[in-house]
Design a protein around this ligand. Sequence first.
Ligand code: PEP
Ligand code: MN
Length: 338
Amino acid sequence: MIIIMGTHASDEQIGGVVTKLDAMGMGANVSRGIERTVIGAIGDERTIDKELLKVLPGVENVIRVMKPYKIVSRESQASDSIIDIKGIKLGGKEVQVIAGPCSVETQAQMDTAAEAVVVAGCRLMRGGAFKPRTSPYSFQGLGEQGLEFFQNAARRHDLPIVTELMDVRQLDIFLKHDVDVIQIGTRNMQNFDLLKEVGRVHKPVVLKRGMSATIKEWLMAAEYIAAGGNHDIIFCERGVRSFETYYRNMLDVTAIPVLKKETHLPVIVDPSHAGGKAWMVPQLSRAALAAGADGLLVEMHPTPCEAWCDAEQALSPEELNGLMGELRGIAQVIGRSL
Ligand code: PEP
Ligand code: MN
């Protein structure tokens, strides 16, 4: 059961609900979001009369959510959540394409990439400063200096930045550099301590699907973040492991309508890590948009063949430009804009 408090509910009113739950023999998880505070009742709720909670001051609604994921579930909110990223809306009518290199390499590379992102008409930029690499001998990312290069380039164009957080110890650096959107990568989707920490900050989170995670596990991972009070979560489908070796991962297009049914939160697709080849990106992007994705996360490098990471799957600036043109047509057909 979740108790949704009114927007202006006071601490005293929130405390009142917690006390009442305690008297009923129930525990409480208070999740203070920016827009709403949601109190999760913990324990056997079958005997609880929800009307007794509904009448308490400050309570807006009491919902018995049957699913194990509560705050993120569609049952808890019928309307789509629209996430505001420095005035850019993700999850509404407008589709957002987040583009940029796999990893931050040099200031010049980021300056050129930021320019290309803007020229193509994208409103957000991606780039990794802390890289989860399969080999310890591969380039691991520039770390904090990468965030500096990234912000120097992005701020010139007012581009909000999306970048991966791998470890709780990096969180202060992320806050210091005012990272706009925190990305949790596929390898960390079930790093519960990391999810809990990210749940305590008020920064939108792109939560990538674990490469072998079920949709339910993915939703539960998002619930970890939401339970801490951070309700600005964006699901990102990036392909799952399969028996096929022709491409890097299998893009699970089916996950898009399933998530749209199960959660009110936005869903984006990363066609780059799915296909693993630049030439596949346009088709996968079209499929994603047509299936109802709210946006895309696309790798683009000023000179793809020189990229320090994921060179094969990076679009060139010209290719990104061409893709945006194609996608505008699709967006229009499905009643959206780009
Ligand atoms: C990335 O976006 O650069 C990345 C490492 O993605 P994933 O976690 O999906 O592999
Ligand atoms: Mn990559």
